[in-house]
Design a protein around this ligand. Structure first.
Ligand SMILES: N[C@@H](CCC(=O)N[C@@H](CS)C(=O)NCC(=O)O)C(=O)O
Length: 358
């Protein structure tokens, strides 16, 4: 991104599609409606008169209902290599400021290199917010034009045996988002380039990246259509956050870090699992499982009567503790946890993220 003091913006994006298709997505209203607003927004109104001197007008709607309208005039239409049009927000954002967008489309071996120059921003903050917005739009444009769909832009990085990677994958599956899994180890350079602590998973959506599973799932939930991973009711939403936080703070540590991992990566004498760590954690299990059993009661979900993020955090943990001797035996005394986990195991998102264990 160009950050020159003139407050202009230049963005580049490679899209694996012929440039004619990418060009048409800019000027044909039925295509533009599907991508010309950032993820999480919809376009309830759009009118395009795509000829030199003709106008366009689009209205974008955010999830909270707030609407934003932009309008402009086509200055140059040279299919499939070049397009220029003015861009002006109607209403509050940048009042009376007409900016100019120029887009060039170059194609090499089936890949379009799109270069957008958006000039005339009154200040750097406006330019930077448009850079983020256009970046998100271009991810949607790629979803539309590239035969791989969302999997061309959305990527999850991390070893699929990690319970946190599986939580994120299950969330993506529940939302119906296609993505590319890059099975990278924690602390690998690609992971470190996003996650300052080197943990997995790490998430990318085009130029936008995130770390921490709960942040990733929140973004995925709001950016993509599909069933919500958070309850609609404010009390249940808070309960869901409460369980996500509790699972991260009090359940993952003992059950995965201090019980499963000492079996999987033995660090005791003679390369055997360290029994002192395992045995100490086994003592904690009845209290932990009783807490979860009470939380479930007669329901199949930790919160309310539908799947939430909280269930996605717990299911991969329970999957592991059901594999090891002491925890498997201890779990038998907690029928609500067993019943809820049996229901989770039936979900497509659970089945299609089953880790391959050695
Ligand atoms: N709070 C992080 C936890 C992620 C995490 O601990 N991932 C493990 C794999 S399950 C990891 O990267 N471990 C490497 C390490 O601890 O150095 C999240 O929610 O994403």
């Amino acid at each position: 991104m160009d950050r020159s003091p003139t407050c202009d913006l230049t963005l580049n994006r490679q899209i694996r599609a012929p440039r004619g298709r990418v060009f048409d997505a800019f000027v044909q209203v039925e295509h533009a409606r599907q991508w010309m607003c950032p993820r999480g927004m919809t376009m309830p109104d759009a009118a395009f008169d795509a000829r030199v001197g003709g106008r366009f007008r689009i209205t974008m709607r955010a999830r909270d209902g707030e609407q934003f309208t932009a309008t402009g005039v086509y200055r140059e239409i040279l299919r499939p290599q070049r397009l220029a049009y003015t861009w002006q927000w109607v209403g509050e954002a940048m009042p009376n400021v007409e900016t100019l967008i120029t887009v060039t489309f170059a194609e090499r071996e089936g890949v379009t290199e799109l270069t957008m120059t958006h000039t005339g921003f009154p200040d750097a903050a406006m330019r930077d917010s448009h850079a983020e917005g256009w970046g998100s739009c271009f991810s949607r444009l790629s979803d539309l034009a590239d035969a791989r769909g969302q999997a061309a832009t959305v990527a999850l990085l991390g070893d699929p045996r990690s319970n946190y990677v599986r939580t994120a994958r299950m969330g993506l599956a529940e939302k119906g988002v296609r993505y590319t899994l890059e099975p990278l180890a924690p602390h690998s350079p690609e992971v470190r380039s996003v996650h300052p602590f080197g943990r997995v998973p790490v998430f990318r959506d085009g130029a936008f990246s995130l770390f921490e599973t709960s942040a990733i799932l929140r973004y995925v939930d709001e950016a993509f259509p599909g069933p919500s991973l958070l309850p609609g009711n404010i009390r249940d939403r808070a309960r869901c956050e409460q369980w996500v936080s509790a699972i991260n703070a009090y359940i993952d540590g003992p059950l995965i870090r201090r019980y499963v991992l000492p079996y999987v990566f033995p660090k005791g004498a003679d390369g055997k699992p360290d029994r002192s760590v395992i045995d100490a954690t086994v003592q904690e299990m009845p209290t932990l499982f009783a807490t979860l059993d009470t939380a479930y009661g007669a329901r199949e979900f930790l919160v309310g009567n539908a799947l939430t993020m909280a269930d996605l955090f717990l299911a991969p943990i329970v999957f592991y503790i059901d594999l090891f001797p002491e925890s498997k035996a201890a779990l038998k005394g907690f029928p609500n946890v067993m019943r809820a986990h049996a229901a989770m195991r039936e979900r497509a998102s659970f089945k299609e993220t089953m880790p391959k264990l050695g």
